[in-house]
Structures are given as C-alpha cells and as structure tokens.
Design a protein. Structure first.
Lengths: 64, 646
C-alpha cells in the first residue's frame, strides 16, 4: 500500500495545512502511520492511537 | 507489488504428476490454451488455491480430497496433492506451498518461505494477506462470470454494486482514514466523559460537568439515532430499488397489454375475413363435384369445338351449292364468272353440283350443329376457369386461418407473460414505491436535521469545555487538550476522506478512460466518467452519456476499471483471467487481446482454442507475449501443460 499511503499522507497534509494549521503535523502523520501499519489489526490500531494522542497531550499540556 | 515466478502443481485436478508453469519475466502476457473440459478453470482455481487455500463455489475445507488427481490417487491408494507458488515482492523471494495428504492430520498444510526462511503459520497467513489481500482478489483473479458482477456496479446502485464499491474503496485505501477518524472520535468521547466526571467532583465546575455529561449523552443519542435513520434509509433505498426493478417489468407489461389489445382487434378482423372467405367458398360447394369432371370436360369441349367448326364449314358449302344450282336452273351464264356457258358444259356442271349437294344434307348439318353447340355449352360449365376460382377462394380461406393462428399464438404468449404479474400487484407496487420514496425523503430530512443538531451539540460541548478549563488545574488541562486535539483531528480526517475520495475517483477515471479507448472499437466513445458509486459511464464526442450500451461494452468498461485499479498497490501484480471474452464479438476480443499488456504488468490468460485468432494475437502482442502453453489431453483424467513458448 506504499503508493496509496503516500497519496493519503499528501492529501491529509494538504487539508491540514489549508484548514487546520494549528494541528501538529507530526501527530497527524503518526496517527496515519499507525492505521497503515496495523491495517489488519484494528484493535491494536485503536490502542496505539489512544496512546499516541495521550502522550502528545501530556507532553504539550506540560509545556503549556 | 507482487510478481509471479512459477506455479507448480502436483496431482492437482487433471494435472497428474508434477507440472510447472513458469513466468520468466515480470512484465508480459502468458496465454494457456485448452479446449473445454481440459482443465482451464482448474488451473485458474489452482492460483486461488495456492494463494488462499480455497476454491470458488466449493467448500474445499469439507472435501479437499476431491482436488486430487484421481488416476494418481488410484495408483497410490490415497489422495494427495500440492501447489507451490513462487513469487517476488519488493525484491524478496517467496515460496508458498499448500499440500493435502489424507493420511496426515491435519491433512492440509500451508508453508510460506521468505528468502528461504520458513515463517510461522500465523505470520505466514498475515504476510500472504498483505501481499495479495483475499478481499480484493476479485480485481486480479477473475473469470467472465465475475466480470458480470462489475456490471451491476457500472449500471446501478444495486446491493452487489454497494459491496463492490466498498471493496474498491478498500483497494484505494479509504478505510484507513475512516478508521483513523473512528478511533480518534472514540478517544475524544472518552476524554470528554472523563473531563465531565472530574468537573463534577469540583464545586466550581460541578454544574458545568453535569451539563457536559448531559451534552455528551445527547450527542451520543443523536449519533445513535442518526445511525438508525441511515440504516432505515439504506434499507428503504434497497427496497425502492427492488420496487423500481419490478415496476420496470410492469412497464413492459403495459406494452404487452397494448399489444394484446391490438391483437384482439386484429383477431376480430381475421375472424370476419375468415367467415367471408368460408362463405365465398361454400357458395361454390354445390358445383364442387364438377371439378371431378373438369379434365374430361375439357377434352369434350375441344372435340365439340372441332365438330362445330366442321359442321359450320359443311353448312356454308351446302349453302353455296344450293345458290349455284338455283342460278344455273334459271340463268344461262356461269354462277361464278357470269359468262355464257356451253349447254353441254352447263348440264355437266348441274350434274356435278347435284351430286355434291346430295352428299350434304344441310338440314341434318344444321341439326347436328345445334346439338354440338348445346353439348359444348354443357361441358363448358366444368371449364378450368371454375377450378381456379375454387382454388383462389380456398387459398384465401387458408391465409386467413393462418393469420388467425399466428395472432392466437402471440396472444397466448403475451397472456402467459402477463399472468406472472397481475393488475392488483402492479397497483400495490406503485403504492409501496410512493410510500418508500416518501420515507426516504423524510429520513433524509431527519438525517440532515440530526447532523445539524450534532454540530450544534459539538459547539456547545466545546463551549462547556472552555468554561471548565478556566476553573481547572494542570491534570484537567491535559484532558481538555486531549479532547480538543481529538475533536480537531476528527474534523481533519472527515474532510480528508472527502478530498481523498475525490482525488482517487479522478485517478481511476483517467486511467480507466485511457484503457477503455484502447479496448473499444467505436471511435465515438471518447472517455469514461466516474460516478459517486465508482460506476463508469461512457461519454460521447460532446461529453454526452451513452445510454443503452451493449453487454459487450459493459464487459469492456469492467476490464477498464480493473486495469485502473491495477494502479493501486493493493492489487498491483498479476491479473489471472479465465475466458473473459464471453460477451465480446471477434473484433472487440482482438482489441482486448492486443491491449492485454495495458491491463497489468503480468497477465495470465486462460482461453479456449478458437476464442480468438492465435496468430493475430501473436502478431498483436509481439514481444509482450512471453509464454504460451497448451493443455494437452493424455487421458480423460490427465492433462499435460505443454510449453509452446516460455
């Protein structure tokens, strides 16, 4: 799914830049990578999604 | 990207012993020719079995032994077979072995080697599914039958079309974003609830916490309700589609009813014509016996005509003799030249005239003549003219009878068709269609309202969270951040799905159009246009949609879609087709054969001899034709794969 992934990333990147510039680009790409990597294991994908956002929020909450 | 290297069969179906089909190059066309019953479909199924351990339309898990070659099984005394598929993906070599031996437990074994190292069973299954997902196998492993499934998608939003649409979106990667949105939405919800719980424990934020919890509950309820509306909407739409289909046949019934009315009038006319013709013929009935004598009558008439002619000639002669005698009795000159006559000569003339007149009895001649004329008149009543009249009238009667028979036959046919669907049924269908349309309209309105309410609820929730944020400590701020970032991510993914879907549609449309132009023989068909459901419409020179396209063209559009989807990594690799030309004419078949290299990097075509011109295919494919095999009969249960070019 390499090609689809890169096209998917670029589309989400474009939408983020245009409409959600305040959203952390790396966080968005990390979440997409989780979906690509665990496409056949949605339970694991959800678990990792939660962990990633929590870690990001904790990190940025502390900074803020 | 998956590239086949070889497929080895051991005692698989009619392929007795070990037989190998090699794919020497990563790009090109391979064709296996074989007559019906020689094992083309089994060879196609061998690829499916080698990849997934299953055969279409048969439950292999219950009776896998049926796949074993019966001659070998008999010779050995037990049933066993194996397939070995060798392929390369991203420069890594794979060897996938599936074997069956009824003496072993388990009898079916799968073994995947990656660069020579054997992978664990669970991991092996996952790797195969990643490299060639079973769910999208219909886009690279198909036959003519499966191609028809695509036609449902290309024409309507049928249930099959909806399934296919989902599969296409899966191939294109859309579920990844959908799943990302769902996971983040769940996370946001749980963060909001946790925040509400914490806020409720603090005096300052107790009321806000309760409001937040209530707002979240309302939002969840609205979402659940929206899902139910959507479910009802889909079900109503599906029923409406069924009703439309049934009413389509009703439209045909109306046409049939009109035709039936026309036929009933025609039958009445044919009945009248038949009665008149029968009457006309029956008028001749009293004299029909005369037909028996017609031949004899003709001879009599002919004979009497000659008698009358002779009698008339004799009578004329007798009259002339009487006139001459009377002249000579009273005049001295010759009755012919009126010159004076010698007395001796005159006596001699008188004597001869009297002798001649004695031989002709004019009274008798006159009587005979009258009798002959009367007889001729009598026999002429049986003349051939009367026969023709009878024949003509009989012919007319038969023609009307035949016309009537044809009308009745067509009426029977129409009545049989109409008997399947009654007037009452049609009325019920129309009423239900109206009700369902109304239901869909109202459901859409409710859904729209719910979506607006969910958005309002979201805004309200964000407002509550901001208010809670003003009163909370560091831990709570982290939870607020979690909720807020998740809410933003949900919106981002929501909009990305729409944008990504549009982008992929344009990509599929462009690629499918390029392939379609090569496949189609009709120069006026300029390009394809994609619909929301991935249906492909043919556009003409002025971009008008071509309607009423043929089954053959549906086939070409389906092949174009498959070629376009080959641009997606999930299905990129070989295309293995079993007799896909069923509904194409020779001209279009030749076009498709020539365009095979454009369908996929590796194309494996299983065809029967005569399905297309082999030499033309060789010429059209040129160096793109890498391998040719024939399926040769050794015995009824033994086929040999023979390489003609590899």
């Amino acid at each position: 799914m390499q090609d689809e992934s890169s096209e998917l990333y670029s589309t989400v990147r474009e939408v983020r830049e245009e409409k959600f510039p305040g959203l952390d680009a790396k966080l968005v790409e990390d979440l997409l990578s989780i979906q690509v990597q665990y496409a056949s294991d949605p339970v694991e994908a959800r678990k990792r999604t939660e962990t990633t956002i929590s870690a990001w929020a904790t990190d940025h909450g502390e900074k803020g | 990207m998956l590239t086949l290297t070889s497929l080895t069969l051991r005692d698989f179906g009619p392929y007795k012993g070990q037989q190998i089909i090699s794919f020497a190059r990563e790009r090109g066309v391979y064709i296996a020719y074989g007559p019906n019953g020689r094992g083309k479909t089994t060879l196609h199924n061998a690829f499916r079995y080698a990849l997934y351990g299953e055969i279409l339309r048969r439950n292999r898990r219950e009776q896998p032994g049926e796949l074993a070659n019966s001659e070998s099984s008999k010779e050995r005394g037990y049933r066993s077979f194996a397939t070995v598929l060798e392929f390369v993906s991203e420069s890594v070599k794979y060897r996938l072995t599936r074997s069956y031996d009824e003496r072993e437990n388990p009898s079916e074994v799968m073994l995947l080697e990656r660069d020579g190292a054997v992978l664990a069973q669970d991991h092996a299954e996952k790797v195969v599914n990643q490299l060639a997902p079973r769910s999208v196998s219909q886009f690279f492993l198909f036959d003519g039958e499966l191609l028809r499934k695509y036609e449902a998608l290309l024409d309507t939003d049928s249930p099959e079309g909806q399934d296919l649409e989902r599969e296409i979106e899966r191939v294109l990667g859309i579920p990844l974003v959908v799943q990302a949105r769902e996971h983040v939405a769940e996370y946001r919800k749980s963060a909001a609830r946790r925040l509400a719980d914490i806020a409720k424990t603090e005096e300052d934020t107790q009321r806000l916490g309760a409001s937040l919890q209530q707002a979240e509950d309302q939002k969840a309820s609205l979402q659940q309700s929206a899902e139910e509306i959507l479910k009802d909407l889909k079900s109503a739409q599906s029923r409406l589609d069924e009703l439309e289909e049934q009413l389509k046949s009703q439209q045909q019934s109306e046409v049939l009813l009109d035709r039936l009315d026309g036929l009933r009038q025609a039958l009445k006319r044919a009945d009248d014509n038949q009665d008149n013709a029968r009457q006309a013929l029956s008028e001749l009935a009293p004299d029909l016996w005369k037909l028996l004598l017609s031949s004899r009558a003709a001879k009599h008439v002919e004979h009497l005509a000659s008698e009358i002619e002779k009698g008339e000639a004799d009578l004329s002669t007798a009259r002339a003799l009487e006139r001459d005698l009377q002249h000579l009795d009273h005049q001295a000159d010759c009755p012919v030249c009126h010159r004076g006559t010698d007395p001796q000569l005159r006596e001699q003339l008188l004597s001869e005239l009297r002798d001649q007149l004695n031989g002709l009895n004019s009274e008798q001649i006159r009587t005979n003549l009258e009798l002959s004329r009367a007889a001729r008149k009598k026999w002429e009543a049986f003349s051939p003219m009367d026969v023709r009249l009878v024949v003509d009238r009989d012919k007319a009667l038969r023609a009307y009878q035949l016309e009537r028979h044809d009308i009745l036959e067509e009426m029977d046919d129409i009545e049989a068709k109409l008997s399947g669907i009654g007037e009452e049924t049609i009325r019920q269908l129309r009423t239900e269609r109206h009700q369902r349309s109304l239901q869909i309209f109202r459901a859409n309105e409710r859904l729209q309202k719910h979506e607006e309410q969910i958005k309002e609820q979201d805004t309200y929730i964000q407002g509550l969270i901001r208010m809670i944020g003003r009163h909370t400590g560091k831990t709570d701020r982290t939870i607020i951040l979690k909720e807020q970032v998740a809410a933003e991510l949900v919106k981002l993914f929501e909009e990305s799905i729409t944008a990504y879907r549009a982008k992929l549609r344009r990509k599929v449309e462009k690629r499918a159009s390029e392939v379609f132009v090569d496949l189609a023989a009709e120069p006026d068909y300029q390009r394809l246009s994609i619909t929301d459901g991935y249906g492909l419409q043919i556009l003409g020179p002025d971009d008008e949609v071509i309607t009423g396209r043929s089954a053959g063209y549906e086939h070409l559009v389906a092949l174009s879609l498959i070629a376009a989807l080959q641009d997606s990594a999930a299905v990129r690799g070989p295309v293995i087709m079993d007799s896909p030309f069923g509904r194409l004419d020779p001209d279009h078949t030749a076009h498709v054969v020539a365009a095979l290299p454009k369908l996929a990097r590796q194309v494996i075509l299983l065809a029967f001899e005569g399905e297309f011109d082999r030499q033309e295919a060789v010429n059209a494919l040129g160096p793109n034709l890498v391998g040719e095999y024939t399926l040769e009969r050794v015995s009824g249960r033994h086929t040999r794969l023979s390489a003609q070019r590899s």
